[in-house]
Write a protein that binds this ligand. Sequence first.
Ligand SMILES: CC(C)(COP(=O)(O)OP(=O)(O)OC[C@H]1O[C@@H](n2cnc3c(N)ncnc32)[C@H](O)[C@@H]1OP(=O)(O)O)[C@@H](O)C(=O)NCCC(=O)NCCS
Length: 313
Amino acid sequence: VDAPGDRRIELPDGAEMVVRPGVVGDIDGLAALYAGLPDDDIYLRFFSARRPGRELFERMVSVGERGGALLVAEVRGGGHAETPGQRVGEIVGDAWYSLVPDGDGEFAITVAPSWRGWLGAYLLDALLEIAAARGVPNLEAEVLLRNRAMMALVRRRGCVRMGEDGSSVRVAVASAGRIPSWPPAAGHPRALVEGRRSWAPHEEAARRGIEVVVCPGPPARSAQCPALAGGVCPLVEGADAVVLSLAPGDDRTRELVRAHHRLRPGLPVLVTDRSSPPDAEQPVTVLAHTLTDEEVVELVLRELGAAGKEPPR
Ligand SMILES: CC(C)(COP(=O)(O)OP(=O)(O)OC[C@H]1O[C@@H](n2cnc3c(N)ncnc32)[C@H](O)[C@@H]1OP(=O)(O)O)[C@@H](O)C(=O)NCCC(=O)NCCS
């Protein structure tokens, strides 16, 4: 209850829930939690029908030794002791991250079916608190697009998309504040796509060596978009090019182009032709909606090249 991430909650029936770091003694509790998951949850969590073995739980409880963190939610006492199938000290959820080479953490969350509805978000917040306290800037996760619950959870935390492969996406949430940053060791060149949840040319751009982050930006972030609020957006700050895609007639496009030029003079800005026409004095490349993904990526590469930011060969 004193360390970052620790929580204690009184439950209505006299039981209490404790959120605390997982330890070796939790291996059996974790095994019971995963044994109780339906097949589809196993698939959503592991991208495979194979149920995890004990080595996963051993890896989870020792992740702290490798710079990561594990939190478990444990329910103790109260009516839960009498409920069939529920034991005292039952582990009803876990959230953990391990460090990945780009300098962020990679996380996963599991909540027992009967405890879903709020616990997932609660555990994610507690885990983000630990990451922030340890200077890990973002937590990333690989999520199946059909995992609606997980997608809802990360969207609510203002996630951006870092990768896309048809059936799954790589998302990132900021550990402190609402706006994720580029991972500390992310490569170049970097294209920030704003105004969309997903970007059709994402995979093609990645294939051509561009690091891409897709941020819904305004309108999804509305008041929270730091670039519009006159502040500094960490994603714009670290980008080599920006692609803007906002609704037609939206004059926030103009405001954003101005804000980006102010923050990063000379930063290549491309706008899709869905966006309102830019001001004449602000040089931008317009991406016609008739372009193929390949053509869009060609134009982004041309702008990056003109700015001296070609992908490494
Ligand atoms: C992902 C998970 C941890 C979320 O748990 P939770 O936040 O406690 O609760 P829920 O599952 O009810 O989902 C939370 C949100 O998803 C929404 N949601 C749930 N099922 C949904 C569905 N089928 N379609 C659309 N939205 C859905 C809920 O309405 C809620 O959104 P809100 O916060 O905007 O109201 C939990 O569902 C889980 O353990 N799933 C299996 C393992 C897994 O997939 N883990 C993530 C992969 S790393």
